[in-house]
Design a protein around this ligand. Structure first.
Ligand SMILES: [Zn+2]
Length: 60
């Protein structure tokens, strides 16, 4: 597992998440620990190296 910090797209607070580095392509929704809004997370690992990370607000 890898801890990754980023800015929440809603409240812009710095939040951190634990990422599972054993799965190369991931797409999921996780609630912000500060404002509880749903963040769309897209990330990519290459041999446990995080090569892409995006955290977006959910499109209405
Ligand atoms: Zn937030």
């Amino acid at each position: 597992m890898l801890e990754h910090s980023f800015s929440c797209p809603y409240c812009w607070q710095n939040v951190s998440m634990l990422l599972d580095s054993s799965i190369s392509n991931q797409n999921y929704i996780e609630d912000c620990e500060v404002c509880c809004n749903p963040i769309q997370v897209s990330l990519k690992f290459n041999n446990t190296q995080l090569i892409d990370f995006q955290a977006n607000s959910i499109e209405q």
